[in-house]
Write a protein that binds this ligand. Structure first.
Ligand code: UGA
Length: 454
């Protein structure tokens, strides 16, 4: 099949390159000419496990091309996959300008029947809005061209996006039209055949239901994390170590281990944005989404709480304190720093006059771009280098290379061995018994120490 993918972000590129490796002919369109030039030269513009292999293979197979010419993209195929970003507006609503622009490009150039498949996360009712918009453009052009709009949301997690694409738990096809359903199913046919033994569910529903299922899924996961973060705060004041309690909690199959790890707050380009958007959508319809607001509030509080603890440790006097930071991406296996708690911490530290020495296995480049104007911000090329004369180490991302801690190196390099662990990757008693001042999320250690001192 011939398909045109609009948007070379991580959903667009992963979908495009997976489909190109399944034997479809794919063109990827993006407004960003620099991105497209990189891709034409066989260089990826995002960091995503196994994606380079797919890119090189698709180039070899000649099953993928890249363009920033909208006319070329529109005339390449009559099946369009819309994967453009839908960032937050100032009021929390989703900014659909990239979507409108992509749809307009297609509607202005197309002359034959087509299918528009929306993969971007969009507010409920967007497929209908786009249908109206295309009809308006056709009216202006004086043409009548049949088309279908299908909602087909993606459930890829960054860092595992290729795996998630090839091993989907479900494929949602939101359409009221039988033929459109069959067309989208045919697009996935190679994948369904490849994974035949897995019995992947292809679930058909209305476009509105498909738009909502994407939000509901992300918001449920965000709720689970905020719930755990709230329990971690309760555990701490009750002097219970949450890491001791956790195995007993997640052993219940109805609860399970996924998204059950308390930390210094969730980030990324999806959960915070989708929460804001759904709160905005529900409120616009006169419903007050109290739980979603609480999920958002708990997440903000969790970030503030963790950062506040660091400030409390220095009695709010951070000037010239040297802070080592391990991890700046919003989670491991990505270089993405969007809504990362590290960014909040780094900004707060720099504003307070501290000196930041930070390291991330993948996000160092992005960090330099983001904080290059701060003379007190230094990016280090190894985790050890951040420790030089540091007064405190904050572990912000649970990268596997941070799991093994060399206590001798910590003690030898730091002014004082103090670790604030925002991802609970160490065992508190192990560290405390080796003379490290250790704070983690919901382990009760802080209040316990306080109690013993009193
Ligand atoms: C999320 C969803 O997991 C995907 O299913 C969805 O397709 C994607 O959004 C999207 O809408 O495109 P992603 O944002 O890549 O994926 O990252 P997650 O792995 O879900 O992690 C989100 C945040 O939650 C991270 O900051 C992570 O550190 C935090 N987290 C995760 C916790 O604090 N505790 C956990 O137990 C798990």
């Amino acid at each position: 099949m011939e398909i045109a993918v609009y948007g070379a972000g991580y959903v667009g590129l992963v979908s495009a390159l997976c489909f190109a490796n399944f034997g479809h002919n794919v063109i990827v369109y993006d407004v960003n000419a620099e991105k497209i030039n990189h891709l034409k030269e066989g260089r990826l513009t995002i960091v995503e496990k196994d994606l380079d292999l797919l890119l090189q293979n698709a180039i070899k197979l000649k099953s993928v091309t890249f363009t920033n010419n909208s006319k070329e993209a529109a005339s390449f195929a009559n099946m369009y996959l819309i994967c453009v970003g839908t960032p937050s507006n100032y009021n929390g609503s989703a900014d659909l300008s990239f979507l409108y622009s992509a749809v307009e490009n297609i509607a202005l150039h197309i002359n034959e029947p087509f299918s528009l498949i929306i993969k971007s996360t969009v507010p409920v009712g967007t497929c209908y809005l786009m249908e109206q918009y295309i009809q308006k453009i056709f009216l202006n052009r004086g043409v009548q061209i049949p088309f279908d709009i299908i909602s087909c949301p993606e459930f890829l997690a960054q860092g595992e996006a290729v795996y998630d694409f090839i091993h989907p738990e479900r494929i949602i096809i939101g359409t009221d039209n039988d033929l459109a359903f069959e067309k989208v199913k045919a697009l996935y046919d190679p994948l369904l055949r490849l994974q035949m033994d897995k019995g992947i569910s292809v679930i058909r529903m209305s476009p509105r239901a498909a738009e909502l299922v994407k939000y509901a899924s992300n918001l449920f996961l965000a709720t689970k994390i905020s719930f755990m973060n709230e329990i971690s705060r309760i555990a701490e004041i009750m002097e219970v170590d949450i890491t001791e309690m956790l195995p007993g909690f997640i052993a219940d199959k109805r609860i399970g281990p996924a998204m059950s790890h308390p930390g210094c707050g969730f980030g990324g380009s999806c959960f915070p944005k989708d929460l804001k958007s759904m709160i905005n959508q529900a409120s616009a319809l006169g419903y007050h989404p109290a739980l979603l607001e609480a999920v958002q509030e708990v997440n903000i509080q969790q970030k503030t709480y963790f950062i506040g603890k660091i400030f409390e440790f220095f009695n709010q006097q951070l000037k010239n304190k040297v802070i080592a930071i391990w991890g700046m991406s919003f989670k491991p296996n990505t270089d993405d720093m969007r809504e990362s708690v590290s960014c909040n911490l780094i900004e707060a530290l720099l504003n307070a006059g501290a000196i930041v020495q930070a390291y991330d296995p993948m996000a160092n480049y992005n960090a330099r771009q983001k904080f290059h104007h701060h003379s007190n911000f230094k990016v280090c090329d190894s985790k050890e280098k951040t420790l030089d004369k540091a007064d405190l180490l904050a572990v912000m991302t649970g990268w596997s290379e941070f799991l093994n801690l060399d206590i001798a190196v910590i003690k030898g390099a730091m002014q004082q061995p103090v670790i604030f662990d925002g991802r609970n990757i160490y065992k508190s008693h192990d560290l405390i018994s080796q003379g490290i001042s250790y704070f983690s999320i919901g382990t009760g250690i802080n209040s316990l120490e306080r109690r013993l001192q009193n």
